[in-house]
Design a protein around this ligand. Sequence first.
Ligand SMILES: Cc1cc2nc3c(=O)[nH]c(=O)nc-3n(C[C@H](O)[C@H](O)[C@H](O)COP(=O)(O)O)c2cc1C
Length: 158
Amino acid sequence: MPAPDPASFRAAMAGLPTGVTIVSASGPEGPAGATANAVCSLSIEPMLMLACLDRGSRTLLAVQAADSFGISVLHAGQEPIARTFATKAPVAEKWSGVAWSERDGIPAIDDALIWIACDLRDVISAGDHVIVTGEVRALEAREGDPLVFHGGEYQPLQ
Ligand SMILES: Cc1cc2nc3c(=O)[nH]c(=O)nc-3n(C[C@H](O)[C@H](O)[C@H](O)COP(=O)(O)O)c2cc1C
């Protein structure tokens, strides 16, 4: 079997469907946010969430400065938001085009399927990413179709 390389690793993992979220925080320069699919629930007691953020992510800096972060799980109609927040556009520009509001002291995407506000707990170095865990302090969820990322593309759940 050939040794795996980063390209084959990336291609293989594209086969794992995920939901799509915006991880957000209120940083010293205002709201920050990034599209992230490396996000999951981690523990029930206590209630913990986990997100993996690239070392170069401006949102990571904001999360660490704010000591808190939010997770907005996008619905199938919010693909344009996912595209916007996956860019390195000036941070203020990302937020100017979307409906958002501050909830629990954290910028949140309006109309998301799930909103989770977390107090930052652990910051763990892991390769070219940093794992952040957060204690859930507010939660809101509603029914609806999630936005899914699979095969390198955004898709509705089929
Ligand atoms: C579908 C999708 C999922 C992504 N998931 C993550 C992720 O889990 N963690 C991460 O750091 N970046 C992820 N990214 C890349 C970031 O969204 C991108 O680097 C963004 O520009 C970071 O913005 P920031 O520097 O303002 O934080 C993802 C991008 C896409 C398109």
